[in-house]
Ligand binder design. Structure first.
Ligand SMILES: *[C@@H]1O[C@H](CO)[C@@H](O)[C@H](O)[C@H]1NC(C)=O
Ligand SMILES: *[C@@H]1O[C@H](CO)[C@@H](O)[C@H](O)[C@H]1NC(C)=O
Ligand SMILES: *[C@@H]1O[C@H](CO)[C@@H](O)[C@H](O)[C@H]1NC(C)=O
Ligand SMILES: *[C@@H]1O[C@H](CO)[C@@H](O)[C@H](O)[C@H]1NC(C)=O
Ligand SMILES: *[C@@H]1O[C@H](CO)[C@@H](O)[C@H](O)[C@H]1NC(C)=O
Ligand SMILES: *[C@@H]1O[C@H](CO)[C@@H](O)[C@H](O)[C@H]1NC(C)=O
Ligand SMILES: *[C@@H]1O[C@H](CO)[C@@H](O)[C@H](O)[C@H]1NC(C)=O
Ligand SMILES: *[C@@H]1O[C@H](CO)[C@@H](O)[C@H](O)[C@H]1NC(C)=O
Ligand SMILES: *[C@@H]1O[C@H](CO)[C@@H](O)[C@H](O)[C@H]1NC(C)=O
Ligand SMILES: *[C@@H]1O[C@H](CO)[C@@H](O)[C@H](O)[C@H]1NC(C)=O
Ligand SMILES: *[C@@H]1O[C@H](CO)[C@@H](O)[C@H](O)[C@H]1NC(C)=O
Length: 289
């Protein structure tokens, strides 16, 4: 529902950009050239995280191995002409294209690609690499610096190629040059195989000591899915701890609190009744019976 709203918004504000994205999405170089003259001075619709929620699949033959539903924002530090560090917020449009690889049983990736209006001929990409540690498998290749728990998959690498345009990187020293980022040896969101990772709350990948971090919202992520495309639904979700706190355990706490209050009230009532009975008994002189 949120996705639809975003699309309409984009249509109103920047029809040209949408057309451009679709044309390039067809992935023929000839279409890219024909799409170029369409660009008008229409202002770029600023994607509004967390409303810019998209759904993406990586499908190989009849298998959809990766499914992602999320609002994705990149936080990028860059140096401006005064040598001070600035923060660029880049939201991946829900219309971004996604492809990747289902080939390897241990490593799979999804690559998002999208274009800005001002530098639409230059592709921006974000790649997320997953690794699995299946219980029934002898690991192939070198194990990661931090091993993935057995029977789980996790994000192990994030890389990005972004174009430093004047709009998203105002006053950057090297406007027009690409920004490249590559963070390896991660173990993020370890999730049991045949399950999906779900987090309605905002989560971040990467630290502030890095030049880039990834913010996700309303995310549900699954890799190493098996089975035909037709069964392209998320497997049972494993919720992030932030969601558990805001739903499950909160409800549990409330129920336990109510139970304690009720028990205390019952106890107090019983005590009062007992005391009253005892007083009446004393008053009527039956105490010694
Ligand atoms: C466009 O690319 C597809 C494959 O991606 C190809 O089958 C088709 O022939 C191409 N069309 C043109 C006009 O180049
Ligand atoms: C999926 O494709 C593979 C190989 O292309 C085939 O062996 C398998 O039977 C297909 N499965 C379904 C459910 O179509
Ligand atoms: C650079 O610093 C000067 C002086 O502090 C300031 O006037 C100017 O606005 C700054 N420019 C940018 C792009 O931050
Ligand atoms: C920015 O830093 C570089 C080297 O660190 C220096 O050569 C340059 O003069 C500095 N520019 C400003 C505007 O401070
Ligand atoms: C993904 O798309 C890019 C172009 O955007 C293409 O070069 C690459 O081969 C594609 N990869 C797969 C696995 O389809
Ligand atoms: C797993 O691989 C190692 C070498 O990488 C080999 O020594 C070992 O025998 C293998 N174990 C099994 C159960 O295949
Ligand atoms: C899988 O788990 C085993 C046991 O903890 C560990 O030795 C191995 O390095 C892990 N493999 C990966 C790819 O993380
Ligand atoms: C700094 O960025 C602002 C906003 O994009 C722009 O108006 C201004 O001309 C830029 N200044 C320099 C020196 O590039
Ligand atoms: C995941 O499910 C597939 C088929 O649904 C099964 O073959 C595979 O063993 C399962 N993997 C794990 C780790 O349970
Ligand atoms: C990146 O930006 C954040 C937020 O402004 C800041 O806390 C962090 O120190 C910066 N990192 C670097 C490497 O400059
Ligand atoms: C992903 O795959 C599922 C199942 O095939 C489909 O329902 C869904 O529309 C796909 N999403 C996208 C963005 O292609």
């Amino acid at each position: 529902m949120e996705m639809k709203v975003t699309c309409r918004k984009m249509l109103f504000l920047g029809t040209a950009i949408l057309i451009c994205l679709h044309a390039v999405g067809a992935a023929n170089e000839t279409t890219t050239t024909t799409a170029a003259p369409i660009t008008t001075p229409t202002p770029t619709p600023t994607p509004a995280f967390p409303d810019n929620i998209g759904s993406w699949n990586v499908t190989d033959g009849n298998v959809t191995c990766i499914m992602i539903h999320a609002g994705i924002r990149l936080n990028v530090n860059y140096t401006d002409i005064n040598n001070s560090t600035r923060l660029a917020l880049i939201d991946i449009p829900s219309s971004a294209a996604a492809n990747g690889s289902c080939d390897d049983a241990n490593v799979q990736y999804v690559k998002f690609s999208w274009f800005y209006s001002e530098s639409h001929a230059l592709e921006n990409t974000l790649t997320i690499v997953f690794q699995a540690n299946a219980t029934n498998k002898n690991d192939s290749g070198t194990p990661p610096a931090t091993p993935i728990p057995v029977g789980k998959f996790a994000i192990i690498k994030i890389s990005a190629e972004l174009n430093k345009d004047t709009k998203l990187f105002p006053n950057a020293t090297d406007i027009g040059n690409p920004f490249s980022f590559d963070q390896q040896n991660l173990v993020v969101f370890p999730t049991t195989l045949n399950h999906s990772f779900a987090c309605a709350a905002e989560t971040a990948i990467g630290t502030t000591t890095q030049d880039l971090s990834l913010q996700l919202q309303n995310s549900q992520i699954e890799a190493f899915k098996k089975g035909p495309v037709a069964s392209g639904v998320f497997s049972t979700a494993e919720h992030c701890s932030a969601d558990e706190i805001s739903s499950g355990s909160m409800i549990g706490t409330v129920i336990i609190t109510i139970l304690i209050i009720v028990l205390l009230a019952l106890g107090a009532a019983a005590l009062v009744t007992y005391v009253l009975k005892k007083r009446r008994a004393t008053a009527s002189g039956y105490e010694n019976m």
